[in-house]
Design a protein around this ligand. Structure first.
Ligand code: NAD
Length: 524
C-alpha cells in the first residue's frame, strides 16, 4: 500500500540537510528512492521509510535488511572474528582512538542527524556525540587494562589464575532515543575486547546509524582491518529477531522497551547465548524537607522535561514531603508554563518533538488514565502545533498530582509526564519509590546525611543508578550503566562492564613434579 501526502518545505529541507550531513561523514547512503511524502505505513518488503519527528513526514526510503541479510552479516562478523581476536588489544584500541578523533571532527554532522531523526535539541544531540567520544577515550585506556587476577593455589608448585578472552560476535540492538551513543558504548568496549559487532539500530533512526558506522568503517579501513569487524543492518524487528536467534551471536546486547527484552531473553537463553538487557525505566526522585529546593526544581525539570521525556532515565515520579509539596509543585508549574517547545534546531528551544504521533497518543491517554484514577493535571499535557510542522507530535510537558501510585504511574509512558506523589516519613517514600516493576535510575534531594545514606543503602533505592542531589538522567560513561528488575539487569559503558563482553577462563598451572589433588583427595 502506498499513499502520499503533500510534503512540506520543512521536509525537503530536512532531507537535504540529512543527505549533506551523511556526505560530510563519508557515508554511502543506501537510499532506494528519495520519496518525501510517502506515508510510513507504506513500508514494503524491500524498503524502510525514514521519518523525521521534526516534520512528522517521511524524508526518503532506504534498503531494508531482513533475515537473509542478517545471516550474511553475522557470517561476515564471525569470519572477521577469526583474525580480530588475535590482534593485540592495544592495537585494537588504536582503531577506537581513531574513531574518537573522527567523532570529534564530525561531532556537528552526526549531531545534526540525531536531531533530525530523534528530535533532540542541538545541545543534547551534541552531548550524545560527546558521550561517544568519551567512551572511545575510556575504551582506549581499557585496551591496556583488560586482564585477570592471580589467586593463591592450595597446592604447592601450582599457579591459579584467570584469563579473559573475546566472546565472538556481539549483536547490538538499539533504541531510537539514543540512536548512536548506545551503539558506541557497546562497540568501543566490545571491539577492544576482541569481539566483532553486528548492529541493528532502531528503524526510526537509520541515517544516524549509517553516519556513525561510516566513521568506524573509515577507522578500520585506515588501519587495514576487514570491514566485517563492524556490520550494520538497516532493518526492523524482523532483522532484530533474526540476530537474536542466530547461534553464532555469542552476546546479544539489547536496548529498548521492557516488552522487547521479554521477547529477546528467552530466545537467547534457549540457545545458551548470553544477553545484556537495557530496558525501560520508571525513575523517581524523593524531595525531602531539608532539600535545596532551587536545586531540586532545576534537577527535576531537566530530568523530566529534557529530551521531551524520552530518556530511559527520564524522571517520571517525584515523591515530595507533604510539608513542601505545594511549594514544589507551584515552582515546577511556573517553570513548566514557560518551557520553550519547538523546532529542536532553534536556539532557546528546550523541548523538541515526540518521536511520532503514536507517542503523543500514548502520552495523552496516560494523562486521561491518571485523571480517571484521581489525579489532578496541574500543567501541560496538550498538543502543541508548530507552524510548518503540522504533522509533527509536539507537546507541552505535563505535571500530574496523584493521590496514590495508580497503575498508570507504575508503567513507563515514554513522554514528558511528571507524576507528583506525597509522603510523610522516609521509609514510606522509599516503599513508594521501589513499588514499580522497573529499577533503572533514582535520586534523593536532601541535605540530611542520614536520609541520603539511607537512600543509598540496602534499605533504600532498589535501582542500578542511585543519586543524591542530582536528577535521574545524564549519567557519565565512567560508571557502569544499567538497572534492575524489569529494566533487565545489564550493565554497559564504564567500570567493569567490559567483563560482559569477554569470557573468563580459570587456569591452573602445575609447575611441580607432583600431582596433588584439590581438597586433599587421594586417588590411588
Ligand atoms: P523498542 O523496544 O520499540 O525498540 C528497540 C529496538 O528493539 C529496535 O531496534 C527494535 O527494532 C528492536 N526490537 C523490537 N522488538 C524486537 C524483538 N522482538 N526482537 C529483536 N529486536 C526487537 O524501543 P524504542 O521505542 O526504540 O525505545 C524506547 C524504549 O527503550 C524505552 O522503553 C526506553 O526506556 C528504552 N531504553 C532503555 C535504555 C537503557 O539503557 N535502559 C536506553 C535507551 C532506551
Amino acid at each position: 500500500m502506498t499513499s502520499t501526502t503533500t510534503h512540506t518545505p520543512l521536509t525537503t529541507e530536512l532531507r537535504d540537510a540529512a543527505l549533506a550531513a551523511l556526505e560530510r561523514l563519508g557515508a554511502t547512503t543506501p537510499v532506494v528512492e528519495p520519496a518525501p511524502g510517502v506515508e510510513p505505513s507504506s513500508v514494503d518488503e524491500e524498503t524502510l521509510s525514514v521519518v523525521s519527528p521534526l516534520s512528522g513526514q517521511p524524508l526518503l526510503r532506504l534498503r531494508r535488511d531482513g533475515a537473509a541479510e542478517t545471516a550474511a552479516a553475522v557470517g561476515q562478523a564471525a569470519e572477521a572474528f577469526t583474525t580480530w581476536r588475535s590482534v593485540p588489544a592495544p592495537v585494537r584500541g588504536q582503531v577506537i582512538k581513531r574513531l574518537g578523533e573522527l567523532l570529534t571532527e564530525h561531532k556537528a554532522d552526526l549531531a545534526e542527524l540525531v536531531t533530525i531523526e530523534a528530535g533532540k535539541i542541538t545541545s543534547e544531540a551534541l552531548g550524545e556525540v560527546q558521550e561517544m567520544i568519551d567512551i572511545c577515550d575510556f575504551a582506549v585506556g581499557l585496551s591496556r587494562q583488560v586482564g585477570g587476577r592471580t589467586m593463591p593455589s592450595e597446592r604447592p608448585g601450582h599457579r591459579l589464575m584467570e584469563t579473559w578472552h573475546p566472546m565472538g560476535v556481539v549483536g547490538v540492538i538499539s533504541a531510537f532515543n539514543f540512536p548512536v551513543a548506545v551503539w558506541s558504548w557497546n562497540t568501543a568496549v566490545a571491539l577492544v575486547c576482541g569481539d566483532t559487532v553486528v548492529w541493528k539500530p532502531s528503524e526510526k533512526t537509520l541515517l544516524s546509524a549509517v553516519g556513525a558506522s561510516a566513521l568506524l568503517d573509515r577507522a578500520l579501513a585506515e588501519a587495514g582491518f576487514p570491514a566485517g569487524v563492524s556490520q550494520l543492518l538497516l532493518g526492523d524487528r524482523e532483522a532484530g529477531e533474526a540476530l537474536v536467534a542466530d547461534p553464532r551471536v555469542a552476546l546479544v546486547s539489547a536496548t529498548g522497551s521492557e516488552r522487547m527484552g521479554q521477547q529477546v531473553a528467552p530466545v537467547v537463553a534457549a540457545r545458551g547465548g548470553r544477553y545484556l538487557l537495557e530496558l525501560g525505566g520508571n525513575n523517581a526522585a524523593v524531595v525531602a524537607p531539608s532539600a535545596d529546593l532551587d536545586l531540586a526544581v532545576r534537577g527535576a525539570v531537566f530530568a523530566a522535561a529534557g529530551t521531551a521525556g524520552q530518556r530511559c532515565t527520564s524522571l517520571r515520579r517525584l515523591i515530595v514531603h507533604e510539608s513542601i509539596v505545594d511549594d514544589v509543585v507551584a515552582r515546577l508549574a511556573k517553570v513548566y508554563t514557560g518551557l520553550p517547545v519547538g523546532d529542536p534546531r532553534t536556539e532557546g528551544t528546550l523541548v523538541g518533538p515526540l518521536v511520532d504521533a503514536g507517542a503523543r497518543r500514548s502520552m495523552l491517554a496516560s494523562i486521561d488514565e491518571a485523571v480517571a484514577a484521581g489525579g489532578e493535571l496541574v500543567v501541560g499535557g496538550t498538543a502543541v502545533t508548530v507552524a510548518g510542522a503540522e504533522d509533527a507530535a509536539y507537546v507541552q510537558p505535563a505535571i500530574v498530582r496523584m493521590p496514590v501510585q495508580a497503575d498508570v504511574v507504575k508503567r513507563e509512558t515514554f513522554a514528558p509526564i511528571l507524576y507528583v506523589l506525597t509522603y510523610s516519613e522516609l521509609p514510606e517514600a522509599i516503599a513508594v519509590h521501589n513499588d514499580v516493576p522497573q529499577g533503572l535510575s533514582s535520586a534523593i534531594f536532601t541535605l540530611d546525611v542520614r536520609e541520603a545514606e539511607t537512600f543509598l543503602s540496602e534499605v533504600g533505592s532498589d535501582c542500578g543508578i542511585v543519586n543524591v542531589n542530582i536528577g535521574t538522567s545524564g549519567a557519565e560513561i565512567g560508571g557502569a550503566f544499567g538497572g534492575e528488575k524489569s529494566t533487565g539487569g545489564g550493565r554497559e559503558s564504564g567500570s567493569d562492564a567490559w567483563k560482559q563482553y569477554m569470557r573468563r577462563a580459570t587456569n591452573t598451572v602445575n609447575y611441580s613434579t607432583e600431582l596433588p589433588l584439590a581438597q586433599g583427595v587421594n586417588f590411588g
